[in-house]
Design a binder for this molecule. Sequence first.
Ligand SMILES: CC(C)(COP(=O)(O)OP(=O)(O)OC[C@H]1O[C@@H](n2cnc3c(N)ncnc32)[C@H](O)[C@@H]1OP(=O)(O)O)[C@@H](O)C(=O)NCCC(=O)NCCS
Length: 145
Amino acid sequence: MTISVRLASDLDQAACARVFVETMAATFPQEPAESRTEAAYRHSTIGEEQWVAAEGSDVIGFISVYWPTNFIHSLYIRPDRQGQGAGQRLLGAVLPRAKGDMELKTDKANQRAFAFYRHLGWRVVGEGMAATGPWWRLRRAGGIL
Ligand SMILES: CC(C)(COP(=O)(O)OP(=O)(O)OC[C@H]1O[C@@H](n2cnc3c(N)ncnc32)[C@H](O)[C@@H]1OP(=O)(O)O)[C@@H](O)C(=O)NCCC(=O)NCCS
């Protein structure tokens, strides 16, 4: 089925939370269970804008952006729908809307996500350490591409 991308509404929030919980569990199984709950989703997206990737009415992924700093805070594609273009489509929806460069952080241990972003032209501009481990800061030009 064709993947469509659109701005999320309040009605999509429960589905986004389910994607978050399922994808967090598959990607970061070592992290505490309380980091992958609907409450954790709602807390982590406060003040952010979400776009969803959907197949028909089925939400298969979302991206969450904090526009005051052009920061992509979350990008999650349901495990059974990864590798089918949804992540790239969601990035493609928000990047042209940025005034200037966009940035994101990804765990160094998440080598799959790092390779995905590098493949799409994101470059390393920093690094740091969190309670969950070391991370890369990546940047890519936004605006009309
Ligand atoms: C990382 C993630 C967002 C990528 O989304 P996706 O929908 O699986 O990726 P896509 O199918 O859109 O891939 C887009 C392009 O990147 C490439 N790509 C994807 N994964 C790749 C990898 N590990 N290495 C190299 N290239 C990769 C694809 O081949 C494709 O390129 P092409 O168009 O030239 O063929 C997704 O797998 C995911 O949600 N992972 C778990 C959660 C996560 O890690 N989120 C990021 C946290 S920072």
